[in-house]
Design a protein. Structure first.
Lengths: 419, 609
């Protein structure tokens, strides 16, 4: 079993501790003056260019069925293996002679035709896991079949911004995703912006709202970190609530907005965030049973939400700065099952969406006939290549080998990319 | 009479003295800065209440002033021995785990997935000890139901095991035994989602409690042959001719040496040595026909090694003792560990031939342990936070409201569910702005229980399963009931007779499995925390609001907040009571004290150990 890993030791937590990195984040955190709402926009404007580039990661949880998302209507094998679930040619939105999007994905079809949607075929990894939990952890840590404590987005933040300014990473969700777990950064994690605050009794407000103004003099490094985080919690929660209350958009995100309006609100408010992480939650795409109707709906919602997000970015004036990367923890098995659904599979599509993206299809289309012993697709692209594409190609951080524990060649996917 | 009240009378002198001299307290809390990285043992002359409190917080989960006082009265060597050499301490009052009878014969070996079960059933005419029906619709349904039943029941039972363990952590007179078990659980990590068998996880916990302060080599061999770990690391698919490196890699990278002390070739050779290792039900077996007993070259040694030989060679590497000693140090002391100190600690472990107890004693008696760099500088993990809170409140166990597993999971750590085999990252990664707010919300849930609390073990399944349950109750056929677009009450009559012909229905099986599971798994008792702050404060003979606040800060926090905050708390209590005189307020004292305690537990400093 070949492994992509280098034999040099990856940076372990032990090594980084040796380098005394803990001190860095804490002092930086205490010196960073959180800009007031009005000043934040100016700060961000000054950061335009490569520094303003932002990545939004959208996770479709549950294992999205790639074959019924981008339907290979030109391939007979697809209909042979899916006599009931196969989507007829008349029902797809064709993008070329071979593929077409599921019927409800008007948004994605338009984005593709406008050249703003990149599709990467056959993304996966060796020795794939069929467990939601395990496979998602591998995608979150970019360390398949290995153990890695920090998320790839967290490690990315550590590398491109080792001074760890507050609010650099925002994760919208009920809990912090492993993907954003970082050694140096304090990701802002919230779900409902209106509820991003501490539950408290009315009488307690005054005491709870007073956090130490300057923790610089505190000797205990852990205490300093906690005070900084508390301040960040107070500031970030205030910023988030304020950004949300000021956000007014005429754009129609459809039925399931997937938290993208929250991202748009923060971008519009000039949050200095460069990395956003959000998801279509609760394993929604885990379509084991009676797949077609529910899957079509899910795809419609997702497509509407992403297309609307791009429109909203145009309206805000930040469409040149933002790229959305979309993935799922695995695809689904090629043949349908007896419950008119599909079971957990392997390789899947990944998408990159945005004005900066060179639309088109990337990677090699996996074969529908040469399958693995479980009737699953054999991946043709290691998913870490797409991560490397985002990191090096979009965010212009060239050294991905350390970050991803291996050499993964980026695709040439962005207009601004220097190959 | 609540434990807290019984203790309060004895605390009078201590409480008043401490309350009166908080500034002096801080100066005594740690030794001189020069003590950092010095493993020289402290002397009896150095010993005091604060050092004892620090020891109990780290070697256990903290305690009440009475418990700390008992340790403070001993010499440091006696106190450390009491905690580390716990074998003489009686734990017969701790109840054993009250297991539900949920494991049916025929469930072993449990197939990896629902498709695997139904494939097996079609092929053999039975699976999971249940036969395929000879005729009729959904002939495989009972088998599918049983599959989902086990997944649900084992998950629920694992939550009960977690509760049992949490209760032990709160109540055990051997706190270090439980804390070491927690350490090993995070080190030799496996989780319920993959293992799917509460018996295996309970077995691991029992192993960690029994051998946690024993010999590391023996413990490693035991966990490498543990059915839960073998399942978690796919040992079963590691066979001669097709070795799976997962197990060998994790053993070397995460469990023993750490990255950088072996090559990929070593991993492949080690994997060969582990081939054939598997388990049958709860017993370790070596399938000799699947074992590659050829010659291997591993870490410079040559021989026809098997898995145990490989582990022994690993133990001979200097890197192993350094790595493990370092990890133990970081768990109990602090994250920053200098290479020199790590080597010294590794040497201690090596010299004791991998006995853990001498290393712990060295650490807990060292000047470094009581240096300012180590005292009050650790961030409590969610489990530590919860358990130490319960201990300091004088509780006998973990309350049922809020649910311990839900609460700690929301804070980022659920027992038996580490996110990956690397365990939990720990340190500062426990804290994000949202999580800091969440910790304060957790404190609120303990002090002011939610009257709308829904027990998760009786409100099972996601919305989908509940929808199916509702529709089945309305009399819908299974096909219609498990369709997505059907809304309750909106199905046309014609559709109600639309039962499809199929071998089985997965979604129905998921519903039915949940139902079977709650028939057989006992509910977790839903008592709330029995807290009596007014008797605690009045029993300590405190008179003023300032004394009450100082007492509570001292009792519950290891690092006090700054003076401005302290004054705000006093003012707050005064406003709530309408007086500074506690005796005037004695008939309505409880709620204001709880509010103060919530404010205290909301302080950033409350997270520090």
């Amino acid at each position: 079993m070949k492994s992509n890993r280098f034999s040099f030791p990856k940076t372990s937590r032990r090594d980084l501790l040796r380098a005394g990195m803990y001190g860095v984040s804490v002092t930086a955190g205490s010196k960073f003056c959180m800009p007031l709402f009005g000043q934040a926009a100016a700060a961000v404007a000054a950061q335009a260019g490569s520094e303003g580039k932002t990545l939004v990661v959208l996770e479709l949880s549950g294992g999205n069925d790639g074959l019924n998302t981008l339907v290979p209507y030109g391939d007979d094998a697809y209909y042979k293996r899916r006599p009931n679930l196969g989507i007829p040619k008349s029902d797809v939105r064709a993008i070329d002679n071979h593929f077409g999007f599921s019927k409800g994905m008007a948004g994605f079809e338009r984005l593709y035709k406008d050249g703003k949607l990149a599709i990467v075929h056959g993304c996966g990894y060796e020795n794939p896991s069929f467990s939601h939990f395990t496979s998602m952890a591998y995608w979150h840590t970019a360390a398949p079949n290995s153990g890695e404590q920090y998320g790839w987005v967290g490690r990315l933040a550590d590398e491109i911004a080792p001074a760890a300014p507050p609010n650099f990473v925002v994760n919208i969700g009920a809990r912090q995703s492993l993907a954003v777990r970082s050694r140096l950064h304090v990701p802002v994690v919230f779900d409902d912006p209106n509820k991003f605050s501490q539950e408290k009794f009315y009488e307690e407000k005054e005491v709870l709202n007073s956090v130490a103004a300057d923790s610089g003099a505190v000797a205990n490094p852990s205490r300093r970190f906690l005070l900084d985080t508390a301040r960040s919690a107070k500031d970030a929660s205030a910023l988030v609530r304020e950004a949300w209350s000021k956000y007014r958009s005429p754009v129609d995100y459809g039925i399931a907005a997937l938290d993208l309006p929250k991202v748009a609100a923060l971008i519009a408010a000039g949050m200095p965030t460069r990395l956003y992480y959000t998801s279509y939650r609760n394993n929604a795409f885990d379509t084991h049973v009676f797949q077609n109707d529910v899957h079509k709906r899910l795809l419609t919602y997702a497509s509407d939400a992403v297309a609307a997000f791009l429109q909203d970015l145009e309206r805000i004036g930040r469409a040149d700065d933002v790229v959305v990367m979309i993935f799922s923890e695995f695809g689904r098995r090629v043949p349908e099952n007896v419950n008119l659904g599909t079971d957990h599979g392997t390789a899947n599509l990944m998408f990159a969406v945005g004005k900066p993206v060179k639309g088109g299809q990337y990677g090699k289309i996996p074969s529908l006939t040469e399958l693995d012993p479980g009737d699953n697709l054999i991946h043709t692209t290691d998913f870490r290549r797409v991560y490397a594409t985002m990191i090096a190609g979009w965010l212009e951080h060239g050294d991905t080998a350390q970050l991803l524990n291996g050499e993964f060649e980026p695709f040439d996917m962005f207009h601004s990319q220097k190959v | 009479m609540p434990r807290s009240m019984e203790r309060c009378g004895a605390l009078l002198a201590v409480a008043l003295a401490m309350a009166a001299s908080s500034a002096l307290m801080m100066a005594q809390a740690a030794g001189p800065a020069a003590w950092q990285n010095d493993l020289t043992p402290i002397t009896a002359a150095n010993w005091n209440y604060d050092f004892a409190a620090h020891l109990l917080e780290r070697a256990g989960f903290g305690g009440t002033p009475t418990e700390i006082d008992a340790l403070a009265k001993m010499t440091p060597a006696q106190a450390v021995a009491r905690l580390v050499r716990f074998q003489g301490t009686d734990i017969s009052k701790l109840p054993p785990f009250d297991a539900d009878d949920i494991h049916d014969p025929g469930l072993e070996p449990f197939p990896p997935s629902r498709p695997a079960v139904t494939d097996m059933a079609k092929e053999k005419g039975e699976a999971l000890g249940i036969k395929v029906k000879p005729t009729g619709n959904r002939r495989l349904q009972p088998i599918v139901d049983e599959f989902f039943y086990w997944l649900r029941a084992s998950a629920l039972e694992t939550n009960r095991v977690a509760y049992w363990w949490a209760n032990r952590m709160v109540a055990s007179p051997r706190p270090l035994q439980e804390k070491m078990a927690l350490f090993w659980h995070g080190h030799f990590a496996s989780n319920e989602a993959k293992v799917r068998d509460y018996r295996k996880l309970l077995g691991q916990l029992e192993l960690f409690e029994k051998q946690g302060t024993g010999n590391f080599r023996d413990l490693t061999v035991a966990i490498a042959q543990d059915p839960g770990m073998l399942e978690f690391l796919d040992a079963g698919v590691n066979v001669k001719g097709a070795s799976n490196e997962n197990f060998a890699r994790e053993v070397m990278e995460l469990f023993t040496m750490g990255v950088g002390h072996y090559t990929e070739k070593d991993i492949r050779e080690a994997a060969r040595a582990f081939t054939g290792w598997n388990y049958v039900d709860l017993t370790f077996v070596v399938n000799k026909d699947k074992h590659d007993d050829g010659e291997k070259i591993f870490l410079g040694k040559t021989g026809r090694f098997d898995g145990v030989d490989v582990l022994d060679i690993i133990m001979q590497q200097p890197a192993t003792a350094d790595y493990i000693a370092g990890k133990i140090y970081r768990f109990f002391v602090r994250q920053e560990l200098s290479p020199e100190l790590q080597k010294q600690l590794g040497a201690v472990l090596r010299q004791s031939h991998y006995e853990i107890a001498p290393l712990l004693e060295t650490i807990f008696l060292s000047r470094d342990f009581y240096s300012p760099a180590s005292v009050g500088t650790q961030i409590k993990s969610p489990v530590e936070l919860a358990v130490s809170t319960f201990r300091k409140l004088g509780l006998n166990g973990a309350p049922g409201v809020p649910d311990f597993n839900q609460a700690t999971a929301a804070l980022g750590q659920q027992l038996f569910s580490p996110p990956t085999v690397a365990g939990w990252a720990g340190g500062q990664s426990w804290i994000t702005p949202g999580l800091l707010l969440e910790r304060a919300n957790f404190a609120r849930d303990i002090l002011f229980p939610d009257i709308s609390f829904l027990p998760p073990d009786r409100y099972t399944g996601g919305g989908e399963v509940r929808r199916v349950a509702e529709r089945i109750r309305q009399g819908m056929d299974i096909s219609t009931a498990t369709k997505d677009e059907a809304k309750s009450g909106e199905i046309a009559e014609s559709n109600k007779n639309a039962d499809r012909d199929e071998d089985f229905n997965t979604r129905y099986g998921s519903f039915r499995g949940s139902q079977l599971a709650i028939e057989r798994v006992k509910p977790i008792p839903r008592d709330t925390a029995q807290i009596h702050l007014a008797p605690m404060v009045l029993g300590a003979d405190l008179k003023t609001t300032k004394q009450a606040v100082d007492y509570m800060i001292h009792r519950f926090m290891r690092v006090p907040p700054d003076d401005a905050t302290r004054q705000k708390l006093v003012k707050f209590l005064e406003n709530e009571l309408g007086t500074t005189d506690l005796s005037v307020a004695r008939t309505y004292l409880e709620e204001p004290l709880r509010l103060v305690l919530h404010l205290i537990m909301s302080q950033p400093e409350y997270q520090l150990s």
